[in-house]
Design a protein around this ligand. Sequence first.
Ligand code: SAM
Length: 205
Amino acid sequence: MARSKSSNQWLREHFDDQFVKKSQESGYRARSAYKLEEIAEKFQIFDRVSAVVDLGAAPGGWCQVVQAKSPETEYIVGLDLLPIEPIQGVHLIEGDFTSDDVYVDLLALLGARKIDLVLSDMAPNLSGMSAIDQPRCMLLAEMALEFCQQALQPGGAHVVKLFQGEGFDQHIKALRQSFNKVVIYKPKSSRPRSKEVFAVALGFR
Ligand SMILES: C[S@@+](CC[C@H](N)C(=O)[O-])C[C@H]1O[C@@H](n2cnc3c(N)ncnc32)[C@H](O)[C@@H]1O
């Protein structure tokens, strides 16, 4: 079957993309690694961080960034629906974060340990229909915030991918109720035509 015009365009963009080239050279598993690098540099989110949970971690690019840029971090958990090739020193959970069983497994793995930084780059498979995609994205972000409320240390930080649309403003409001400072940020490495942005929430109360 011939490729559609849009998939040809995607392939062209992908292979011309400087961040794809950089990630291939540096050994990062995904170009999305550069989004976290930019966020970390701008907001110093890795300062004095010893435990990190990375939600929606496959194929593992953000976990690699934490290891590379935050050598003080001694405990990293990566969770995803999809299998992740092992990364030495990273605890991996394969499962759906929205399922009770997986959530319980995650809490059990953490035990009494409190987390300094909760990352969420989770995104559902997009159907292209915003009436379906937007509520799914918001649900993931809301559940990540609930997890922060259970697992974050006071003073901890949270980075969450959001898509502008219905529920976005309410979510920012909810973040502001739990954190001292919340900034909406679009890294340069995030494709301009993508509606994604990241909320960087600092100083968990
Ligand atoms: C953009 S990718 C993450 C890329 C990752 N940050 C990296 O640098 O390698 C989004 C991920 O969210 C995951 N995801 C979506 N819904 C999820 C859910 N309910 N539970 C766990 N992971 C989920 C997808 O499987 C996908 O791997």
